[in-house]
Design a protein around this ligand. Structure first.
Ligand SMILES: [Zn+2]
Length: 145
């Protein structure tokens, strides 16, 4: 947890924030990241005023470590695990990581001789059977360092 965020007295878990606090925390991260998506380095949008839903450049909350690689199979809401990235990158990253995780579990199931179609099984079930996806299987993400 950063000292600045502590000074601004945010609730220490994003999943426990109400809408107003999430908006305030989003603005805080946006300013801290100079409005730049850490993944594609493009300018993000903070406001979705006048839009029915967030545009592809909207600054969306990104869980740096997601449930696939977490040892607890959960998306940690700890503020140190949260960044903002544009909706487009956030979605693409999720799809890529999902594909890698499903492939890992398909392989793990085959090794154990289990007939599981990992694409159709809930992540919680896969996690119970095989544990977390080794973080090293995911592509290195320079923006996280
Ligand atoms: Zn981006």
């Amino acid at each position: 947890m950063s000292e600045v965020a502590e000074e601004l007295s945010f609730t220490q878990n994003i999943h426990k924030m109400d809408t107003d606090e999430r908006t305030r925390f989003r603005a805080y991260l946006f300013i801290k990241q100079l409005g730049i998506c850490p993944i594609c380095k493009q300018k993000m949008e903070l406001s979705k005023v006048g839009m029915k839903r967030a545009g592809k450049n909207f600054a969306s909350f990104e869980h740096i470590l997601d449930d696939w690689a977490s040892q607890y199979n959960e998306k940690s809401g700890d503020l140190s695990n949260i960044a903002v990235s544009c909706v487009k990158c956030n979605n693409e990253r999720g799809i890529i990581r999902n594909r890698i995780a499903r492939k890992f579990y398909a392989h793990a199931a085959k090794k154990k001789g289990l007939d599981i179609h990992s694409a159709n099984v809930q992540s919680t079930r896969l996690f119970k059977l095989f544990g977390p996806v080794p973080a090293g299987l995911f592509p290195s993400e320079e923006w996280r360092t």
